[in-house]
Design a protein around this ligand. Structure first.
Ligand code: PLP
Length: 377
C-alpha cells in the first residue's frame, strides 16, 4: 500500500538488466567491441524510450532519477535564460525535488511565485496565465501529486506557456507509466525508474529540441554534454524495460486499480470523522488519501505496519514540533487536520486480498488510537 514511495522491480525488468552487470559490463565511451556493445544498447534504449513517450531520441537524456531531472530542469533553465528573465512559476504542492531547487534559485537572485491550489490540489491554469510576466522564463507544475494523487491540467498550462513564450517543465515522476502522458505542450519532463517497477537511481529528462538549457553536471560530456558521467547501462536497460511494460499493460492495470480504489474509498468513508483528500475523479488510479480526525498519522502507520500493511502519512514528526505536509496545508487543511493523514497507494502486485485486509483492520486501528488520543474526542 505504498507504491507511490517506491515499487518492487518487476522480475522481467531484473531479467533484462542482469547481463549488463556481468558479461555485458562495458563502458559506452570505450572504443573496443565490449564498449561499443554498451554504446549500442544505450542508444537502442534511448530510441525505445523516445518512441514510447512520443519524443525524438535526441530529446531523451538518462539521469539518476526524478530529483536530478527536476534539478536539471529548474537550475539548467535558470542558468541558460537568466539574461532574458529571472522569474519562475511553480506551485505550492510540488515535490521537494522542485521546491528546494526553486528556493535555492531564490537565494541566487531569481524570483519564484508559488501558486496556490484549490481544495482538491488543482492549479488553476488561469492563475498561471495571470502570473506570467515579461520576466518569466519557466513554469514548473507537476503532472500528478505524489501525496493526494491529483492530476493537474498540464495540457492547458502547457498551451498557456507556449503562447506566453515561457518554458514549461512538468515533474511526471508519479504519472509516467501510470496514466497517458502527452509531450505535445511540454518542453521538459522528469521521470524516475523506481516508481514504475524499474530500479532506483535511474530516470530520464525529456528536453524538447531547441530548448535553451545549461547542464548542471560537467565532466566527460556524456549524454551529449547534458549529463556527464559513465552511463548506468544496467539501470538504463531496466528503466526502458519498465517503461515498456507499464505502457503495454496500462489499460488492464488501470482497470484493476480503479476497482480497488473505489472499494477502498467507499469502505474507508464509513469510518466516522474522516474525509478523502485530492480530486474525487482526476486522481491517480492507485491513490487513496484520507484524513482521520483526532489521531496522528505516524501512530496509524506503525499500527498498520504491525498488521503487515505498509502505508504512508504526510506529516513529519520531529521531537519538538509536528510539521504538517505542505501539500495538505496548501489544500486548506489546518495543521491538526493534516496530522491524521493516511496515503494508501496501490500498484501492479496489489491484490484484492490486500485491499480487503486494509478494509478489515483499519476501522479497529482508528478506533483504538482515538481512545488513547490526547487530540480530543
Ligand atoms: N517528484 C515526485 C513527484 C516524486 O514523487 C518523487 C519521489 O518520491 C521525486 C520527484 C523524486 O524522484 P527520485 O526518488 O527518483 O529522485
Amino acid at each position: 500500500m505504498d507504491y507511490a514511495a517506491t515499487t518492487p522491480v518487476d522480475p522481467r525488468v531484473v531479467e533484462a538488466m542482469l547481463p549488463y552487470f556481468t558479461e555485458k559490463f562495458g563502458n559506452s565511451a570505450s572504443l573496443h567491441s565490449v564498449g561499443q556493445e554498451a554504446e549500442a544498447v544505450l542508444e537502442s534504449c534511448r530510441r525505445k524510450v523516445a518512441k514510447l513517450l512520443g519524443a525524438r531520441p535526441s530529446e531523451i537524456f538518462f539521469t539518476s532519477g526524478g530529483t536530478e531531472s527536476d534539478n536539471m530542469a529548474l537550475k539548467g533553465i535558470a542558468l541558460a535564460n537568466k539574461n532574458r528573465g529571472k522569474h519562475i512559476i511553480t506551485s505550492q504542492i510540488e515535490h521537494h525535488a522542485v521546491l528546494h531547487p526553486a528556493e535555492w534559485l531564490e537565494k541566487q537572485g531569481f524570483r519564484v511565485t508559488y501558486l496556490p491550489v484549490d481544495k482538491y490540489g488543482m492549479v488553476d491554469p488561469a492563475s498561471v496565465e495571470r502570473t506570467i510576466s515579461e520576466d518569466t522564463i519557466l513554469v514548473s507544475i507537476m503532472h500528478a501529486n505524489n501525496e493526494i494523487g491529483t492530476i493537474e491540467p498540464i495540457e492547458e498550462i502547457g498551451k498557456i506557456c507556449r503562447k506566453g513564450g515561457v518554458y514549461f517543465h512538468t515533474d511526471a515522476v508519479q504519472s509516467v507509466g501510470k496514466i497517458p502522458v502527452s509531450l505535445k505542450h511540454i518542453d521538459i519532463l522528469s521521470s524516475s525508474g523506481h516508481k514504475i517497477y524499474g530500479p532506483k537511481g535511474v530516470g530520464i529528462i525529456f528536453i524538447k529540441e531547441g530548448t535553451k538549457i545549461e547542464p548542471i553536471i560537467h565532466g566527460g560530456g556524456h549524454e551529449h554534454g547534458m549529463h556527464s558521467g559513465t552511463e548506468n547501462i544496467a539501470g538504463i536497460v531496466g528503466y526502458t524495460k519498465a517503461l515498456e511494460l507499464c505502457i503495454k499493460e496500462m489499460k488492464p492495470e488501470t482497470k484493476k486499480l480503479l476497482k480497488f480504489r473505489k472499494r477502498l474509498i467507499e469502505e474507508i468513508d464509513k469510518i466516522p470523522d474522516c474525509w478523502l483528500n485530492g480530486h474525487p475523479e482526476k486522481r491517480l488510479p492507485g491513490n487513496v488519501h484520507f484524513c482521520f480526525r483526532f489521531i496522528e498519522g505516524e501512530s496509524l502507520i506503525l499500527l498498520l505496519d504491525q498488521k503487515g500493511i505498509e502505508a504512508s502519512t504526510g506529516s513529519a514528526c520531529s521531537s519538538k514540533s509536528l510539521k504538517p505536509s505542505h501539500v495538505l496545508t496548501a489544500i486548506g487543511l489546518k495543521p491538526e487536520e493534516a496530522h491524521g493523514s493516511l496515503r494508501l497507494t496501490m500498484g501492479r502486485f496489489t491484490t484484492q486480498e490486500d485491499v480487503e485486509r486494509v478494509i478489515k483492520v483499519l476501522p479497529g486501528i482508528v478506533e483504538r488510537l482515538r481512545k488513547i488520543s490526547p487530540l480530543g474526542k
